[in-house]
Design a protein. Structure first.
Length: 175
C-alpha cells in the first residue's frame, strides 16, 4: 500500500516541473523586489513593523494563509491572476521591510518559516495550475467534475494544510 501511495503522488505531480516552478517563483520575487526597490521611492511615513510573537498573531497568519490556500484550490481557473497578485504583494512587502529594517533583519524574519512556507505555497500553486489546465481542457465535457479533480489531490492538499499550520506557528511565535 505504501508503494501505491508513492506512485499516486509521483504520477500526480511532475516533481522536476515543481522544482523549476520554485526557482521561477523565487526569481520573480527577487526581480520584483529589486524593481520596487529601485523604481519606487517611499516616503518616511510608509513604515513596516515586525509583529509581536503571540497566539493571536499565529491565528491571524493562519487565517490569511488558509484563505490564500483555499482561493488557489477553489478558484483554480483564476490561478494566473491570483499568482500575479501574490507575487506583487509579497515583493512589495519584502521591499518595504528592507527599506525600513534593512536586508539582513528582513531576511532573518523571512527565512525560518519561509523554508516551509515557500515550497508549500509553490506546491499548492502548482496544483492550482494543474487544476486550471484540467478545468479548461474539460470545459466542454459535462461529465467531468471540477471537484473530482480536487479530490484526486486530497493527500497533497491535506499535507499542504498541515504545513500551513506549522509555518504559521513558526512565523507567529518564533520569527
Amino acid at each position: 500500500m505504501k508503494h501505491n501511495f508513492k506512485f499516486k503522488l509521483t504520477s500526480l505531480i511532475n516533481w522536476k516541473h515543481y522544482f523549476y516552478f520554485i526557482l521561477v517563483y523565487l526569481a520573480i520575487i527577487v526581480g520584483l523586489t529589486a524593481f520596487f526597490r529601485y523604481f519606487f521611492i517611499l516616503d518616511s511615513n510608509y513604515i513596516s513593523e515586525f509583529k509581536d510573537h503571540s497566539v493571536q498573531n499565529v491565528l491571524a497568519i493562519l487565517y490569511h494563509n488558509i484563505l490564500n490556500f483555499l482561493q488557489y484550490i477553489f478558484f483554480a481557473p483564476l490561478m494566473p491572476i491570483l499568482f500575479f497578485l501574490d507575487c506583487i504583494t509579497t515583493s512589495w512587502a519584502i521591499n518595504v521591510s528592507i527599506l525600513n529594517k534593512g536586508i539582513l533583519p528582513s531576511l532573518m524574519k523571512l527565512f525560518p518559516h519561509g523554508f516551509i512556507e515557500i515550497p508549500n505555497f509553490c506546491l499548492y500553486v502548482y496544483i492550482s495550475y494543474l487544476l486550471m489546465k484540467e478545468f479548461y481542457s474539460n470545459i466542454k465535457n459535462k461529465n467531468h467534475s471540477f471537484f473530482q479533480s480536487i479530490v484526486r489531490y486530497k493527500k497533497l492538499l491535506v499535507s499542504n494544510f498541515i504545513l500551513i499550520i506549522v509555518a504559521a506557528v513558526i512565523e507567529g511565535l518564533i520569527t
